[in-house]
Each structure stands twice: as C-alpha cells, then as structure tokens.
Write a protein that binds this ligand. Sequence first.
Ligand code: NAP
Length: 467
Amino acid sequence: MTTLILDAPPQRMRPAPTVEALRDLILSGEMRAAAFEGVPLPDSMRALILRRQDEAALRDLPAEARDLRRSLHLAKVAVPQPDAGEVLVAVMAAGLNFNTIWSALHEPMSPFRYLGQFAQIEPGNAKHNLDYQIIGSDAAGVVVRVGAGVANCRPGDRVVIHPGVVSGTSVAAYRDALHDPDIKAWGFETNFGGLAEFCLVRANQIMPKPAHLSWEEAASLPLVNETVYRMLISENGARMQLGESVLIWGATGGLGSLAIQYVLRAGGRPIAVVSSHAKADLARALGCEAVIDRSAEGYAFTGADGAPNMRDLLRFRKKVKALNHGREPEIVFEHTGRETFAASVFVAAHGGRVVTCGSTSGYEHAYDNRYLWMHVKSIIGSHGATYHEAWKANDLVCKGVINPVLSQTYTLTEAVAGVERMRGNRHVGKIGVLCLSPREGLGIEDSGLRTLIGEDRLTLFATRPNR
Ligand code: NAP
C-alpha cells in the first residue's frame, strides 16, 4: 500500500479515533441516529486514488500500454467533511464499474480535467479539485454525518448511492436530469467516490439499501441497474413494450446480465450475445433461451478499414432470426461500440430502436445508414439515469424483481486485481469490493425475502463457472 498522507490531520493531544469503533457499531446492527452521531470518526482513511503527479507519464503511453498499477494507488487520505446538502457515508462495500477502468487509463479525458470542470460549476465544488481523486461510482454503507439542511436521511440509515450528480440550479434538469449539460458521474467526474472507507455524496444521491442483500451485493448494483432501467424501461429510453425481443450484447457482463432480467420480467425474448461456452451456459441459467457465442461463430462485423462486412452481417442476422421465431429484434441493447454497431443497426427490426450507452471497443462507429433511414429505425443515446429512474430501479431490487449478479469480491487492498480482471474481460456480472465490511455476506437484514427469492438465484453468478 502506498502510504500517502494527503491533507495531513492536525496534531492532537489524545490518540486520533480509529474506524474500529464505528465498524463495531455498524456490525452490531445499531441504527439509532444518536448512536452514530456520538461515534468519533477518524481524520484519515484508506482509499483507492488517482494522483495528478502520474498524469504526464501515463499520457505519454498509448492507452493499451498503460499499467493500472501505475495509476491506481491505495493511499491514506483525509476523510471529507459534509457541507450543506451533503452526506458522509461509511462505505461497507463498493462496486467496480467499467468507468473504473476509464479512470485508471485517464481516458477518454484526464480525470483531473473532469475535477477542474466540476469545480467551475458551483462554488461548493472547488473542494473536489485536489491533486488526488478518490474514484468509484457504486457504494453501500451507513450514513454517519449529514450537512445542514439534509432531511431525507439521518445517521444510522443503511443506504446505496445513485451516482448522478446534478447541479442545483440547472433549469434543464427539471425536465430530465440528463439534459443538464453539467451532470456528472460521481467518483468518475467528481471526487470522494465509493472506493474508500468513507464517501461524500449529495442528499439526492441517497437511496435505501435493499434489506435482503449483503453489503457487497447491494453495492454492486445501482449504476448498472439504473442505466439499464433508463435504456429499456423509462420514457427517456427505448420504452420497451411487453413481449418485445431484445438483442443484448455482452449479455453476461454488468449491464447485459441486468438487461436479460428486465426483458424476461417484461415477458420479452432476450437474445444474448456472449464470447464463450461458459458464458452461454450462464446466460441460459439466467433464463435466456436464445444465446449466440460470438467467438464460436467467428464474426467480424467490420473489415480492417472499419467498413461494415456484409457477409458476416447477413450471417449474424440469419442466426438472430433463427433464434427469434424468424423475426428481427425490436430493440438492440448496445454498449459495445465500434466492433458491433454496424451489426446492431443492421439487425434491428423495421421501425426498431438501437439504444446505446457506451463504446467499449471504440467510439468511432461506422454503419450503413441506408439500413437506418429506409427502415425508420432510431438510435437512442442514453447515459446514467435520473434520481427518479434510479429510485424506481432500486425499488425493483428491494422487491426482489431484479437480482444481483455479483461474481467476485475483493478487499480494498486487492481491488486493483479486480479492475485488471475486468479490463481483461475475464469476469462476468459485477465485482464487489469490501471497504469497511470485514468479510463477505454481512449486512443482510431481511433473510425472509432472501429465502423467498432463493439463494441459488441471488448467488447465481458467484457459484457457477463463468469463463
Ligand atoms: P462489462 O461488465 O465489462 O461487460 C461488457 C461486456 O461487453 C463483456 O461481458 C463482453 O461480453 C462484451 N464485449 C466486450 N468487448 C466486446 C466486443 N468487442 N464485441 C462484443 N462484445 C464485447 O461492462 P459493463 O459494466 O456492462 O459496461 C459496458 C460498457 O457500457 C462500458 O463501455 C461502460 O463504460 C459503459 N457504461 C455506460 C454507462 C452510461 O451510463 N453511459 C453506464 C454503465 C456502463 P462477451 O465478451 O461475453 O461478448
């Protein structure tokens, strides 16, 4: 562990409080606000950070050659303090996301440029613009301090975090938070993210923790769950209708494995695309009958020049239709980008929708536009979710309609190994990180709902071979 004390705590006569008393209080099941208000908090904490000083050397290398261990550091940093409207959360567990990789690679833009931009939006944001960034856009934990004016939660509350940060004065945000040009992803474009012992959020990022889930299961879900909710269900996304068929790229990944569940719950037909036999089996275990192993099929949808490859596009469409009662899918669930986008536009049904939130394989897409306009298809851009969409998606988890897809959990000390695993596409579902929680499986309050859903469904991704 890099021992880096940034913003060193002031000198004291008595020993500084440690995190143990707080951890013991949480593990005791105590929830009274007074008990949490009285517990002393440490001045410093462990966190996974990026450092401004690494920026130049990293950016000298091409992105593929950048070593995650040169950019991600476990360090001791100051515990942030909540100002008005903010909440300090003791993080029991956090979740990894693909944006953790983008952060570590300093792509598509310098994380410190993001912090600089965020600092310009509102005066209170200036404290984010430090020489280090605590990353991480998913967390579950316990509220320990609230700033002035916070009325929707209190110390002792068990919570998960919605990662959308909206500026308080954005007019556009009242229509749709994602129309706020200044909306930011917490722990990606802001500081004080979830991969730490404490995180700092705004009151309108707080959501109730699903009581039947462990800390790491709960932490693994909000970002992908709300993203999928907006992409498929919300009036701001593809507005999926009952019984529609949906082609899902990366169907056992974080987004994809949630998308399968949404389509099945809506009585639709998910057509899963994955890259191995084991992943195909996992998609089937999740309830998906129609599965394509893209590696076994050997598709190359674009040629070396980036132009669409008609032979493989036709071969793919034939396969999809064969698995979908002779029809093309009404919706294509896209996030894979350059290597798949031409196929997504091509294979969507007449009048269908391609909904996209990312570009894992590259963001400059080439596709044949005739297949879009002549067949009146639409491409819908989607990014994160509003607080309302996030809340609705979280509620589905609280009710056991949508289930976790956690496959592995690392400690904060080992978290970089989890990020490397994700970068290598050697994971399925989600990866959790224990922050204050001493071991896996803690934090479950409603074991009755757990029994009702079934342990096998809740732990499907953790218990099956998946590569
Ligand atoms: P993930 O867990 O790594 O899953 C991605 C899946 O994509 C993998 O399981 C892999 O499946 C598939 N894949 C990777 N490269 C591919 C390729 N060249 N062709 C076809 N499939 C490929 O990541 P995630 O959390 O689901 O996120 C996926 C993407 O969405 C990332 O780029 C992320 O940044 C973005 N995202 C955006 C938002 C937003 O709000 N804008 C939110 C969440 C995520 P197989 O190898 O099995 O096919």
